[in-house]
Write a protein of this length. Structure first.
Length: 218
């Protein structure tokens, strides 16, 4: 959520019973407090989908900005004037250098402002999408996300269904709901594999001892 302090996240976003380790509870073990603290760390929730750099179209829009074009025209007019005169005084050269620096600074400032605006818009829009997904209990609750997986990732419907069941969030604090969520994920894996495998072998596998050849078999 890009909060400056992790305490804001711990206070408002996790459930009040943040120390509840459902996996340990179902197994009859003591809750793992260290693991729960690691789960709620801000660093684990940094969104890799957040825009890092501007696209070529976005950079082109900066180049056509009126403010930058005005700075470029001032620089080019003075450079052309000095070229026609053929004389370069230190005062005019310093002015040309300032105009060049102004073009560079203006371009960098506009790029920075645009990149910040794009990131802020992503954070605002994506926060709503993520909250809706968490309330729905699934990361693939809408058809738009599934369509992206079908077209861009070229995933089969069976794979999308499997992924949908494996990427769910708990929507209830009850143990029965957690068991039901786990059972649905296990059933999705079974349906995808199409083969129900047995449990592990008990004990060590018997190995047939090799007997040395006798004189009659040589």
């Amino acid at each position: 959520m890009k909060h400056a302090d992790i305490r804001t996240f711990l206070k408002h976003y996790p459930p009040r019973r943040v120390g509840t380790d459902m996996q340990a509870l179902m197994r009859g073990l003591e809750p793992d407090s260290a693991m729960m603290r690691a789960v709620t760390r801000m660093g684990r929730w940094i969104d890799t989908r957040r825009p890092r750099e501007l696209t070529e179209e976005q950079r082109a829009s900066v180049e056509s900005a009126p403010e930058l074009q005005e700075a470029i025209q001032k620089r080019d007019r003075l450079a052309q004037k000095l070229k026609l005169q053929g004389k370069y005084s230190l005062k005019k050269l310093d002015r040309l250098d300032r105009l060049k620096r102004n073009v560079t600074n203006t371009r960098n400032r506009l790029l920075y402002d645009l990149r910040k605006r794009v990131r802020d818009e992503f954070d605002s829009d994506q926060a709503v999408i993520d909250i809706e997904r968490q309330l729905g209990g699934s990361a693939l609750h809408d058809e738009e996300t599934k369509e992206i997986l079908r077209t861009e990732e070229q995933m089969l419907p069976q794979q999308i269904f499997l992924l949908e069941k494996l990427t769910t969030w708990p929507t209830s604090l009850s143990l029965e709901a957690e068991w039901r969520r786990r059972n649905e994920a296990v059933e999705a894996v079974r349906m995808y594999c199409d083969v129900r495998e047995g449990g592990p072998r008990r004990g060590r596998r018997y190995k047939k001892q090799a007997h040395p050849p006798t004189d009659g078999t040589l």
